[in-house]
Design a protein around this ligand. Structure first.
Ligand SMILES: [Zn+2]
Length: 293
C-alpha cells in the first residue's frame, strides 16, 4: 500500500485546514469540547472532513486535537478517551475517498512538564500512547503530533506513536519568530528540534500554528537546510486579530495560496493550513500549486 511518504515523492501532498474554525462556523460554542462532537454530532464532523477532501486535501486530520486523556480530564471526560478517538478516526475514514489518507491528530496536554509544571514526562507519553493506539484502532493511516509548544512533549508523543509500529509519524512544533530566529515557547531552536525529531524516528518534520504563511516561508528554508526528511508546513491564515474577545484572521485564500507556493519552492513537501483556514484556502492552494484535486 502506498503511504503519504510515497505520495510525497510524486507531488506536493495537500493537508486540510483548520478544524476548530469550521466547528465554530457549524455552531460549536466557546467552552464546548470539540472532540465530543465526534460522538454527539458525528455527521457535522464528517461533513467538514468531506469538504476538505473535495477542496483537494490528500490528508485530513481527525477531530482529536484535545483528545488525550490528560487534556480531556479538564472536562471530566478522560474515561471517554478511547471512544472519542476511535469514533473520530471512523468519521474521517468515512469521508476519505480511495487513495487519500487520514491522519490521527495528537495535540498537547495543555500542562507544563516538570520542573515548570506538574506533568511527568512518562505520564504524557502514556497518554499519547493510549490516544494514538485508539486512533489506529479506529483506522487512521498515520499519526500527526501537532501544535506542540515544547520539544520535550512533542518527543513524548513521537516516541509513543513510534512504539505502536509501522504507521508514519509526523512531528510538528509551533515556533515564534524572534530577532534571533525561530524558537518554540520553551526556547528550542530549529536545528535542535530537527535533530531530536530525527533521532526519535520522525518520518516527517513539521511546523504548524502561531505563524502566518509569510513567516513560514523563512521557517521552511531553515527546516530544509536542517533535514533531508519530508517537511510539512501548516501556517495560520495570517496574523490573528482579536476584537471584543473574538479572534479572526484577515488573510484571503489567494494570499495564503501565493505564500503556499513560496513555501513549496522553499522546500516543503507537504502543505496544509492551521487556524483561520478553511476549504476555500485549500482549494486556492491546490489551484495555485497546479495540483489537480
Ligand atoms: Zn493553529
Amino acid at each position: 500500500m502506498t503511504s503519504i511518504l510515497d505520495l510525497a515523492k510524486k507531488k506536493t501532498v495537500i493537508f486540510d485546514g483548520a478544524m476548530g474554525t469550521m466547528l465554530m462556523a457549524a455552531g460549536l460554542k466557546a467552552g464546548e469540547t470539540p472532540e465530543l462532537w465526534n460522538i454527539e454530532k458525528p455527521s457535522l464532523v464528517t461533513e467538514i472532513h468531506r469538504k476538505y477532501y473535495e477542496a483537494g486535501s490528500d490528508v485530513v486530520h481527525t477531530n482529536t486535537f484535545g483528545g488525550n486523556a490528560i487534556k480531556l480530564a479538564d472536562r471530566g471526560l478522560s474515561d471517554r478517551m478511547e471512544a472519542i478517538n476511535v469514533e473520530a478516526a471512523k468519521l474521517a475514514r468515512e469521508a476519505c475517498p480511495a487513495g487519500k489518507f487520514v491522519a490521527g491528530d495528537v495535540g498537547p496536554t495543555g500542562k507544563l512538564l516538570k520542573p515548570l509544571g506538574d506533568l511527568v514526562i512518562e505520564e504524557a507519553e502514556e497518554a499519547f500512547f493510549r490516544q494514538a493506539q485508539a486512533l489506529l484502532k479506529g483506522g487512521v493511516d498515520l499519526i500527526s503530533i501537532e501544535t506542540m509548544f515544547s520539544l520535550e512533549e512533542a518527543l513524548a508523543g513521537l516516541r509513543a506513536a513510534k512504539r505502536l509500529g509501522e504507521a508514519p509519524v509526523i512531528a510538528a512544533l509551533t515556533f515564534n519568530r524572534t530577532k534571533k530566529g525561530f524558537f518554540t515557547m520553551m526556547g528550542e531552536g530549529v536545528n535542535q528540534a530537527v535533530s531530536a525529531f530525527e533521532g526519535a524516528g520522525a518520518d516527517v518534520i513539521a511546523t504548524n500554528c502561531s505563524l502566518g504563511s509569510r513567516d513560514m516561508i523563512d521557517l521552511t528554508k531553515e527546516l530544509r537546510a536542517a533535514t533531508r526528511k519530508p517537511i510539512l508546513v501548516q501556517p495560520n491564515a495570517g496574523k490573528p486579530l482579536t476584537q471584543k474577545g473574538v479572534t479572526s484572521y484577515l488573510q484571503t485564500p489567494v494570499e495564503f495560496a501565493q505564500d503556499g507556493k513560496e513555501i513549496r519552492n522553499s522546500g516543503a513537501d507537504m502543505i496544509g493550513g492551521c487556524c483561520g483556514t478553511s476549504p476555500e484556502f485549500i482549494r486556492a492552494l491546490v489551484q495555485t500549486l497546479g495540483n489537480s484535486p
